[in-house]
Write a protein that binds this ligand. Structure first.
Ligand SMILES: Nc1ncnc2c1ncn2[C@@H]1O[C@H](COP(=O)(O)OP(=O)(O)OP(=O)(O)O)[C@@H](O)[C@H]1O
Ligand SMILES: [Mg+2]
Length: 506
């Protein structure tokens, strides 16, 4: 496997990251607007092109451009790639893109108990509830279903069950539901088999609740649980990027953080690499920072004494070199970073000042509609739930639903897009006459339907029945013809019949 490139140093020497050592995890840091997300994009798209499964946790929603080709960029004279797009699937916790959900029973008691910050006694109650649901074949996908199971156990005075512990669990569960986190749990639960290729989880709607930390943590746990042990691999199987990584740790509780650290230390042997992208490295726990071997550090704006000390510590974390890392970290322009990775022997390389390549895909924010259309329609159909649809914006979804069958075609079309979609002129909204015309058409359609139904009911159905009755016994047809003849004779020749009768009387 070739190594993903980062950019150039000294004007033309290409700098790359060793694919073999990617599983030693990485850090992309720098002040706001310095180029972190674009570099993440550049690395992610190259890995996806090399056939590595890539998962991007996109908290701001600005790392979406993979499905649209970028423009020519003079930075990329030495880049080994041309602008192109990459097939990507876009996920969200809501129904905005492909809904990403976890089933409580798939997540398991340990993860749920950490999420709820339960003590050992409460955790054992949770385990009892899970095993009760399993034995009785009761579904346990949502928090509402968990509350039902707990209720049953309390009401039936189940052995070893204390109502005070259950009360605590119930209160914590209700608080989570109130925070909007209930949406993240349910059916169908995400399967790692559906996370092949390039997948982007857009968490921009979930910044107010813990979903931003829980969804990525649960995914990491899921990969850890499901992937086989691989030992030292030549190339990673999955590379996960956590943009705005401080959110992962900001709101999450200590026990969930500890779990993340434990997973991170062990997941390397399963061929999984994790990149943390953050503005301030001190937002990440030290135990995590010490696990990150590839470092890409952009300019850091420092305003306080404490900030200065942090920057010095960061500069000192690079191996010694002729480069004045501390000085450069304060002054580098946008899109330029100090990088250090592992060499072929696994040693930390000398820090280099690298002008980063621009991504092959667009750096612009892409419209939701295009992101949804570029996603695999099979995944949309599999994970989209009708129940959730009702709770969401109906109009938006019904429009998207209509477009699902043609999504593959549009995906092909998108490949040809050279100009970013936002340049296209926006369609005008429907006028009042369009509305009136649509209403009249619907009214006409309704009237025709009603008239049709009445005619069918009064005429066609009785006639059909009668003919069925006749054809059952062919003699009935003869009787019917005789009756018709009689009627004809009686009504049409009534005058001549009368005169015959009168003659007979005489
Ligand atoms: N490698 C690059 N090539 C070309 N332009 C770049 C590059 N890196 C950054 N830029 C320019 O800088 C802008 C900001 O970059 P980016 O969004 O990556 O910043 P960021 O560090 O992620 O900021 P934030 O912390 O606010 O998310 C981009 O929109 C782009 O115009
Ligand atoms: Mg960013």
């Amino acid at each position: 496997m070739s190594n993903p490139v980062l950019g150039v140093t000294d004007g033309s020497n290409t700098v790359s990251i060793s694919a073999k050592y990617l599983t030693r995890h990485g850090l992309i840091a720098g002040s706001t607007g310095t180029g972190k997300s674009r570099t993440m994009q550049t690395i992610a798209e190259q890995l996806a092109d090399l056939g590595v499964n890539v998962f991007v946790s996109d908290i701001k929603g600005d790392a979406s451009g993979f499905c649209v080709a970028g423009k020519e960029n003079k930075r990329n004279i030495h880049a080994p790639y041309e602008p192109h797009l990459i097939e990507a699937n876009y996920w969200s916790v809501s129904n905005r893109f492909i809904p990403l959900r976890f089933s409580l029973s798939d997540a398991g008691t340990i993860l749920i108990s950490r999420l709820l910050s339960l003590n050992p006694t409460q955790e054992s109650h949770l385990s009892l509830a899970f095993s009760h649901a399993r034995k009785k074949n009761v579904p346990l996908h949502t928090f509402e279903e968990l509350l039902d199971v707990l209720d049953v156990l309390v009401k039936t005075n189940a052995r070893g069950f204390s109502s005070s512990s259950v009360n605590v669990i119930e209160r914590k569960v209700v608080a989570l539901i109130d925070s909007g986190l209930g949406e993240l749990f349910g059916k169908p639960s995400i399967s790692i088999n559906d996370l092949h290729g390039l997948n982007v989880l857009n968490l921009s709607d979930s910044r107010k609740n813990m979903a931003v930390s829980i969804a990525p943590a649960f995914l990491l746990q899921m990969l850890f649980d499901n992937l086989p042990e691989k030992g030292d691999v030549e190339q990673p199987e999955y590379v996960i990027f956590f943009d705005e990584a401080h959110y992962l740790f900001k709101d999450s509780n200590k026990s969930l953080q500890d779990l993340m650290v434990t997973i991170l230390k062990q997941i390397r042997s399963k061929g999984v690499s994790v990149f943390f992208v953050t503005q301030d490295v001190t937002d990440l726990p030290d135990e995590i920072l010490s696990q990150l071997s590839t470092k890409i550090i952009f300019s850091q704006k420092v305003f306080t004494q404490r900030g200065n000390q942090r920057l010095k510590a960061l500069a000192n974390s690079f191996p010694d070199s002729e480069l004045d890392v501390l000085e450069r970290l304060k002054r580098m322009p946008t899109g330029v970073a100090i990088t250090s990775t592992l060499d072929q022997k696994g040693n930390q390389t000398e820090p280099k000042e690298v002008t980063m390549f621009a991504p092959a895909t667009t750096m612009e924010v892409v419209e939701d509609e295009i992101l949804l259309r570029s996603s695999n329609p099979k995944l949309i159909q599999k994970y989209y739930s009708k129940k959730a649809k009702k709770a969401e914006n109906k109009r938006k979804w019904s429009e998207n639903q209509k477009e699902i069958p043609i999504a593959q075609e549009i995906r092909k079309e998108t490949r040809k897009v050279e100009n970013p979609p936002e340049k296209k002129p926006k369609k005008k909204g429907p006028s009042i006459w369009d509305g009136l015309f649509k209403f009249l058409l619907k009214l006409l359609d309704f009237i025709l339907k009603v008239v049709g139904k009445i005619t069918t009911f009064l005429f066609f159905k009785p006639i059909k029945k009668f003919f069925k009755y006749l054809t059952k016994k062919p003699i009935r047809i003869i009787y019917f013809l005789i009756i018709l003849l009689l009627i004809y004779v009686i009504f049409v020749n009534w005058g001549s019949i009368q005169s015959i009768l009168e003659l007979l009387k005489l």
